[in-house]
Write a new protein. Structure first.
Length: 333
């Protein structure tokens, strides 16, 4: 199956986070038909990673099969493949499979494939896969880096802030305590909070992504909540201390998920980049030394116009093969 057709087939399967089963079953059948030893690994009820090996692996290609909502149907034009997952990361999955097949046609069987669930939410698939490493020395994680080798990435911290107040009739606000106003004060302080800058990674950032509170306009609200996401250039524990110094117990802080900043090796002959997004690499540390690269632009991911260039997809296959050959020919291999 040509890489464009495989990308199309994968995009046509709706697999938003939590609903990856059909994509996993499709990949199991496809890879088994290519002669791989394939297994499904249940990362959560009815949610499966796909593990496929041509032989004892030295190197593993890996990416994720879940996407963000909403589903966007596949369409194609002369230059691009469009649809949810086109660049994040179903086109990449197709490119990695084709790269592995090219290496196998050359007689190289020390290759594995790992396609996981849950990367878009909490890396549940990677955390599960890390409990059963196959003995590989390297893995190449596929994310849209415009075919450049990422040498560093910011970390992230997702937190939920909850403010509690006292309900009252809005005609007598002095009898209550507005949780919304309390939360807004904290959020304003967070917006003014100084965040560090790293010479390589750039600036830490904070996004207020969800804001909820109250029940009626004529009721002083007794509860409000916000979900925030930091992209961090400093250790996550340092960021937590910074956050707690600002909130000063005015709200409850619950940490939902965190990913540390990552720095990776430069490989001669590859254009490099630094990315602000996170990925599964910190949760697959038992799978070997990591590399991060893939076709497509992160600026197209998570949008209503998600797409991947056909020429970039083909170039991505070439680069995956090139990097794999370098790693397989290295003295440690």
């Amino acid at each position: 199956m040509h890489v464009f057709e495989l990308t199309k087939r994968l995009i046509e399967i709706e697999s938003t986070t939590g609903n990856e089963k059909e994509a996993a079953l499709f990949l199991r059948g496809h890879l088994a038909g290519l002669g791989y030893d394939v297994a499904l690994q249940e990362a959560a009820p009815e949610r499966f990673n796909v593990c496929a090996f041509a032989g004892p692996p030295i190197i593993v290609f890996t990416s994720h099969i879940d996407t963000v909502p909403p589903y966007i149907p596949f369409r194609e034009d002369g230059e691009f493949l469009h649809g949810r997952g086109a660049c994040d990361a179903k086109g990449i999955v197709a490119a990695q499979i084709e790269a592995a097949e090219r290496l196998r046609r050359e007689g190289e069987n020390r290759i594995g494939l790992l396609f996981v669930v849950g990367e878009e939410r909490n890396s549940a698939g990677a955390l599960c896969a890390n409990q059963e490493p196959p003995g590989s020395r390297y893995f190449i994680d596929g994310e849209p880096t415009e075919n450049r080798l990422a040498i560093a990435s910011k970390g992230s911290l997702r937190a939920e802030l909850t403010a509690l107040g006292r309900a009252a009739h809005s005609a007598y606000p002095e009898r209550g305590e507005s949780a919304i106003l309390k939360l807004l004060d904290v959020l304003e302080d967070l917006r003014r909070m100084g965040l560090p800058v790293d010479p390589q990674l750039g600036s830490s950032t904070c996004n207020i992504g969800v804001l909820e509170g109250g029940t009626r306009p004529n009721v002083v609200p007794d509860r409000a909540r916000a979900e925030i996401m930091f992209r961090s250039v400093e250790p996550i524990e340092d960021l937590k201390r910074r956050l707690e110094a600002v909130t000063r117990e005015r709200v409850r802080v619950d940490y939902r998920f965190e990913v540390p900043p990552v720095r990776m090796e430069v490989v001669e002959g590859f254009e490099t980049t630094v990315v602000s997004f996170t990925h599964d690499i910190p949760f697959l540390d038992r799978w070997g030394k990591p590399f991060l690269m893939g076709p497509g632009s992160i600026l197209d991911a998570h949008t209503d116009h998600e797409r991947i260039s056909k020429s970039e997809l083909l170039r991505g296959i070439d680069l995956y093969v090139k990097l794999a050959r370098l790693l397989l020919d290295s003295p440690a291999s």
